[in-house]
Ligand binder design. Structure first.
Ligand SMILES: [Zn+2]
Length: 225
């Protein structure tokens, strides 16, 4: 009920107020020309955690990368698409994911997203990671498919430490027949809005590989440390 009220209020505000930048509040597009470059904060940086390199790459991910630090306009944009109904931000966020992946990505032939639980997508009216992933796929010229479902609602990861995070999401995801398209024989690029430890991405990748994916790489808009 609260969510419905919030969404109705957001829509009413959208209609009543001129569009403004979520980063600085200036009138105009949802991310202005001054704030948008923050999304490319790591465009020139070496690949985040790549194949064959030591580091905290959670198995079975082949690669894990992100576009920008979780701060400033990037943080505001992610908050706005997740909680304030700013679906228009999917375009700049997805385009940034595509730009970063085009620089550092190794392989992957099919794009998908880390799903929220269906109940949450229903109350929000959309799944922000899906919107971002679809835009990224279009910019990369790769097909998009819904491959994974979240079978179990999980508690918010930010309240948990590293090992509890892994336990919280283990087995939460299912991929394969009757759960959307099949990942069989594909190297999947998994897209999400934010990564912290990578436990959620790894749990998704495990589900994809149980369902026949050859491998899974992951990219997010931001990394929260
Ligand atoms: Zn701005």
């Amino acid at each position: 009920m609260i969510d419905h009220l919030r969404r109705a209020t957001t829509r009413a505000l959208d209609a009543a107020l001129p569009a403004a930048c979520v980063g600085c509040g200036s009138e105009g597009p949802s991310l202005c020309r001054e704030c948008a470059p923050a999304l490319d904060g790591r465009l020139e940086a070496p690949a985040g955690v790549a194949i064959g390199l030591p580091g905290d790459l959670p198995a079975p991910l082949l690669q894990l990368d992100w576009c920008a630090p979780f701060s400033g306009a990037v943080r505001s944009a992610l908050h706005a698409i997740k909680y304030a109904g700013e679906q228009r931000l999917a375009e700049p966020l997805g385009a940034a994911v595509a730009r970063r992946w085009a620089r550092i990505g190794v392989g992957a032939d099919l794009v998908t997203h880390v799903p929220v639980h269906a109940a949450r997508a229903r109350t929000r009216g959309y799944d922000q990671a899906e919107l971002i992933a679809r835009v990224a796929a279009r910019h990369l010229g790769l097909p998009y498919a819904t491959l994974v479902t979240r079978e179990r609602a999980t508690i918010a990861q930010f309240d948990l430490d590293r090992s509890d995070r892994a336990a919280n999401v283990a087995g939460a995801f299912v991929a394969g027949p009757d759960r959307g398209d099949r990942p069989v024989g594909h190297w999947v690029l998994l897209v999400d809005d934010v990564v912290t430890t990578g436990a959620t991405l790894a749990a998704c990748a495990e589900a994809l590989e149980r369902a026949g994916a050859l491998g899974t790489s992951a990219i997010t808009v931001a990394r929260e440390r």
